[in-house]
Design a protein around this ligand. Sequence first.
Ligand SMILES: Nc1ncnc2c1ncn2[C@@H]1O[C@H](COP(=O)(O)OP(=O)(O)O)[C@@H](O)[C@H]1O
Ligand SMILES: [Mg+2]
Length: 369
Amino acid sequence: MSNVTFEGVSKRFGAVAALDSLDLAVESGEFVSLLGPSGSGKTTTLNLLAGLLDADDGTIRIDGRDVTPLPPDKRDIAMVFQNYALYPHMTVFENIAFPLRARRPRPPEAEIERRVDRVAGTLGIGDLLARYPKEISGGQQQRVALGRAMIRDPKVFLLDEPLSNLDARLRIRMRHDLKALHNEIKSTIVYVTHDQAEAMTLSSRIAVFNKGKLQQFGTPDEIYNRPVNAFVANFVGDRETNFIDGSLAARDAGLSFTSGGLELHLARPVPRAAGGAGPARIGLRPEAIVPTDGIGRNVAEAEVVQTELAGPELFFYARLAGGVEVGSRCAPSLGLVKGQAVRLRFDEARIHIFEPATGVCISHGGSAT
Ligand SMILES: Nc1ncnc2c1ncn2[C@@H]1O[C@H](COP(=O)(O)OP(=O)(O)O)[C@@H](O)[C@H]1O
Ligand SMILES: [Mg+2]
């Protein structure tokens, strides 16, 4: 197990700043995901760590040792790619054994067999060792690729979108298996994905990237419930965050936010960073807007404009009296239908306030649930 640090690491390709002054510290045994949209610099970060790319600036350390000038084979890292390219003419056994056989001096055959058996056992593919890649499923092939990485017992595993060639169900199954595997082997893993659900479920911490810049590094709970800016709030989550533009004013030892006909009262001071009263944007997740029978504080009248039944939940869009449209979710048993009038309660503990010009979050809700 090893820790990894990036200190001011940058990489340009011509005019493109693929990675802009990255500072990141991955602790020993952590499962860290690099999450972001396509082109945000995730693979560049991984390739820099692996030594497949040279940094323009900055220092990369593994266990405190500066590895920035070292070639890939001196870094003691194993990488698993999206297209995990097994050798088709080799059996599963030979594929997994390959990195050991390539070693000089080559380990004794008995040791190779023992290590392949152990890794295959950990991955649950012990009965497939005699087969060829084309004779096993996609998920099993992915496990063989993992086995080929594990056999070297590296300091750090790097995985670049390893599940993206698998179908949706199998991805979820493999996600579960990867997490169990990490619990067992407890290696340091740096995992690239553009899939926020994958990052949320697998990681001890998530590094969110956009346009070559690290936006936030935190636990899944912090990333989901305390986003540092509008990009993170919107990128993470299976549905878009609702953003509403309006204005803030001090009121009754708290603040009020108004937008069209909507008026919300929050029991917190006007954030100083907002420069007092004035324009602001609030953001809240669909589940922070809840259908209610009640009336009173932070309840608004709305009309359901669209519904989507998604198995265990009903997702719906509603238009508030002032014209603002929001997305929300509820139990299908509520039986909401298009055109229906509905009252919505805005959960003040889950309302974040953003600076409209920069998107920086200047006030989080009090609750992390
Ligand atoms: N070898 C390269 N040559 C030129 N541009 C590159 C190269 N590799 C990556 N880029 C650019 O750098 C940016 C980050 O790419 P990448 O790290 O692959 O993103 P991600 O893995 O997040 O999708 C993108 O704009 C991409 O087009
Ligand atoms: Mg990539």
